[in-house]
Design a protein around this ligand. Structure first.
Ligand SMILES: [Zn+2]
Length: 95
């Protein structure tokens, strides 16, 4: 039986792992759900992304700003953040 050791990842999550795999399950989950990309957003806005299955910026760029604003949880303050994220990848909202 392998012994589980307590670890702390770069982001400060506490977790137990028995293997030598350094992957933090919390970070892994965040990465999968896309919360990593949208970490600058407020929690309701992040949930709105999840609820609409937007996990990448490419997917986000398929929506117009008007459509994004209709998502429950997305406010006027979320748009500039999303616009900046898109522009960093050379993307823009659908026109
Ligand atoms: Zn972590």
């Amino acid at each position: 039986m392998s012994q589980k050791t307590k670890r702390i990842c770069k982001k400060g999550h506490h977790y137990f792992k028995s293997s030598d795999c350094p992957t933090c399950p919390v970070c892994e989950e965040e990465r999968k759900s896309g919360a990593g990309i949208f970490s600058d957003l407020s929690a309701p806005a992040r949930r709105a992304m999840e609820n609409n299955h937007i996990t990448t910026l490419e997917e986000l760029s398929r929506y117009t700003e008007k459509e994004i604003l209709q998502f429950h949880g997305i406010g006027k303050t979320s748009l500039p953040i999303l616009r900046k994220l898109l522009s960093e990848q050379g993307l823009v909202f659908k026109i």
